[in-house]
Design a protein around this ligand. Structure first.
Ligand SMILES: Cc1ncc(COP(=O)(O)O)c(C=O)c1O
Length: 475
């Protein structure tokens, strides 16, 4: 007999009413670690149900969600087709140990592999795990294996690759390493082409991609510290990129940037690892955001929206030369739940859905419509320094109204807090908004609406943003 004190369900009498909010808060304060979360607002909001683009709180107030679980729920909350795939799998083969095979895993790997082969011209293989950070760790093993154990990589300032020990070692924020130190892998962080705040003080129109020249300069002589010209070998095995920075503030690089960078990497035999965990699955208008840039990655890492957030599943695609069983031995990585049948069944249905509808056109149209509304808001509010977007990854950079440039974190915090009150009125109805903050200065509203959002809902989002800006920073 256990003594867990759990509330019993109605079907196991005697039933008790569900926990009241005050009771939940007391229990959370006593029993929940805060190490796995961040309370951006106090008290943290409690949600009770969700559907489509909306999530509802305990009072059943609707919140239009413009961040969709950090882009894990690209296909809308409780997507009926994907939920159905999960339910079907529960009734057939919900569990099987990963040493055995199941149809969904094989079909899913083949679908991702064939698509990559067609797009990038390389045969490759797919390898599964359960979370983005874990898949990043797996990719680091592939990189180390291919480079005879090198643990140094390049990554971007503003880059985010997760919070396990190795993933946080190549994530730019020292904040995530300060208390925990390192476990071997290290990154040298290179400035991302953040043209609104160019780290070199250049202008996008005539910079000639000076930033890539600065990176290429590292290989000019051995005295720059990363390359031995005598043998043509770099000390750095790979460059980890997010083609569009996610947590860094949905920063979109200028045309030609990645082509020029990839040429430098290829000449120095440095692998290009493409982290698509946040921007993949049409967030940025293509299956993989790197397809926007005419560049061929050696490794792709993905997660999040693969299962629409229904079941943890992530993965790595790599070129055959890096991942074939001769070089990357069986059991090189393992997790009990990797390639789990529930996750792979939903993921397979996700890919079927993507094949049946023109997501490229849909995300381009909706994204352009949303962005034109954001541009209109920028014309009206000096607190907006920049808006930009690619596909359905959109950004609003909030700045001091005095110059529309100095980052204004305090104003963003207020905007997000007000949005969570759930009292914004449009056409006689009240709503809240779920917004996420990103950016180097934590002053960017990163918008990742459901790709299934309707044009009417985009209009509603723009009206709600207008109400918020009017309330917080009217001039
Ligand atoms: C680009 C990117 N890489 C890696 C991760 C880590 O993924 P996870 O949170 O599933 O470990 C994230 C999560 O936000 C991400 O956005």
């Amino acid at each position: 007999m256990s003594n867990l004190g759990l509330v019993r369900h109605a079907f196991s009498p005697p039933a008790r009413p569900p926990l009241a909010e005050t009771e939940m808060r007391v229990l959370e304060a006593q029993y929940c670690s805060y190490g796995d979360t961040v309370h951006y607002s106090e008290p943290a909001k409690i949600f009770a149900r969700c559907e489509g683009s909306f999530i509802y709180d305990l009072e059943n107030r609707p919140f239009l969600d413009l961040q969709m679980w950090y882009s894990a729920v690209n296909f809308g909350y409780a997507n009926p087709r994907l939920n159905e795939a999960l339910k079907r799998q529960i009734d057939t083969l919900p569990q099987v140990a990963s040493q055995y095979l199941h149809r969904e895993k094989i079909e899913l790997a083949a679908a991702i592999g064939r698509d990559a082969e067609q797009k990038f011209g390389y045969k490759g293989r797919v390898h599964f795990n359960v979370g983005g950070s874990q898949a990043i760790e797996d990719s680091l093993k592939l990189v180390r294996n291919a480079s005879r154990g090198k643990s140094l990589v390049f990554a971007f300032e503003g880059g985010y690759h997760g919070r396990t020990l190795a993933a946080s070692a190549i994530t730019s924020s020292y904040r995530y390493r300060r208390r925990y130190g390192h476990f071997g892998d290290r990154a040298q962080f290179i400035p991302f082409p953040y043209c609104f705040r160019c780290p070199y003080g250049k202008k996008r129109e005539d910079c000639g991609l000076y930033c890539v020249d600065q990176f290429a300069r590292l290989f000019d002589t051995e005295y720059c510290g990363v390359f031995d010209p005598q043998v043509g070998e770099a000390e750095y095995a790979a460059f980890y990129i997010e083609p569009i920075q996610g947590t860094g503030g949905y920063v979109i690089p200028p045309p030609g940037y990645f082509e020029k960078l990839a040429a430098v990497l290829e000449a120095r035999r440095i692998l290009l690892v493409d982290d698509e965990i946040q921007m993949g699955f049409y967030r940025a208008g293509k299956l993989w955001s790197i397809e926007q840039f005419n560049v061929r990655p050696d490794i792709i890492v993905f997660g999040k929206a693969l299962t629409n957030g229904l079941n943890p599943l992530s993965g790595v695609w790599a070129r055959e030369a890096l991942i074939n069983p001769e070089v990357f031995a069986p059991g090189s990585t393992h997790s009990t739940f990797n390639a789990n049948p529930l996750g792979t069944a939903v993921a397979l249905e996700t890919l079927r859905m993507l094949e049946e509808q023109d997501y490229e056109q849909m995300t381009a149209q909706k994204g352009a419509y949303f962005l034109s509304g954001l541009r209109e808001l920028k014309r009206r509010y000096r607190v907006i320094g920049d808006v930009d977007g690619i596909g359905m990854a959109l950004r609003i950079e909030i700045c001091e109204p005095s110059d529309s440039f100095t980052p204004a974190k305090a104003i963003v915090d207020r905007i997000v807090e007000e949005a969570l009150k759930g009292d914004l009125e449009v056409a006689g109805k009240t709503y809240g908004l779920v917004l996420d903050i990103g950016g180097y200065y934590k002053n960017v509203i990163t918008l990742a609406p459901a790709l299934t959002i309707s044009f009417d809902e985009i209009d509603l989002a723009l009206q709600l943003l207008d109400r918020l800006l009017h309330r917080v920073a009217p001039d």
